[in-house]
Design a protein around this ligand. Structure first.
Ligand code: FMN
Length: 192
């Protein structure tokens, strides 16, 4: 049983690719939290079972089972850690779809602390991060401002192995600092 000081973090990846670098970042966040006992219980939440957003699938205020399960996971979390690739300068569709399902009333994102990390091309997914922050305004997510975290996944020396695992110690250290900032903001928002 988690002590009151331990916060639950839902880690959500916008890429469905098996060897996704972004999911690799989230696996690294899980590992860091388990190893350093940093007061965070990070759990990866899979968005791949979610159907494409379609309000016809809402019947008598009920959502499809996969959507219900996803929304419950988000509700149970104290805060959210997003990792999304940038697709054509914006948030990847699997993540936007998940956010849209979560935003249906009652909005499960409301009031939660959040952080964004990303791996991608030249800007490391940074442009999608700013779109995600903008979406956060309407769904009432509270993003940490700093540190900002982007990784260029293609510039040698590579920071990921062939399965998308983060292997670069300096990048892991930066990720650790993001988690610390998310931990602080979560407790602050909850008045703890
Ligand atoms: N990378 C960028 O940095 N900026 C982009 O605008 C961008 N657009 C993309 C659009 C599509 C449809 C796809 C498939 C990739 C695009 N990429 C872009 C490259 C992704 O950043 C790269 O494939 C990355 O590895 C995806 O993250 P993942 O490893 O977590 O799947």
């Amino acid at each position: 049983v988690a002590s009151p000081a331990v916060i639950k973090v839902a880690a959500i990846c916008g890429s469905l690719r098996k060897a996704s670098f972004n999911r690799g970042l989230l696996r690294s966040a899980v590992e860091i939290s388990e190893r350093s006992a940093n007061g965070m219980q990070v759990e990866l939440i899979d968005v791949s079972p979610l159907p494409m957003i379609n309000t016809d699938l809402e019947v008598d205020g009920r959502f499809p089972p996969a959507v219900e399960a996803f929304r419950r996971k988000v509700l149970e979390a104290d805060s959210i850690l997003f990792a999304s690739p940038e697709y054509n300068y914006s948030v990847a569709p699997p993540l936007k779809n998940a956010i849209d399902w979560g935003s249906r009333p009652p909005n499960v994102w409301a009031g939660k602390a959040a952080a964004i990390v990303s791996a991608g091309g030249g800007f490391g997914g940074g442009r999608a991060q700013y779109h995600l922050r903008q979406i956060g305004v309407f769904v009432d997510l509270h993003f940490i401002n700093k540190p900002e975290f982007v990784v260029n996944a293609f510039q040698p020396p590579t920071k990921f192995d062939g399965e998308g695992n983060l292997v670069d110690p300096e990048t892991k250290e930066r990720l650790k600092q993001v988690l610390q900032a998310l931990h602080r903001l979560t407790l602050q928002l909850q008045g703890r």
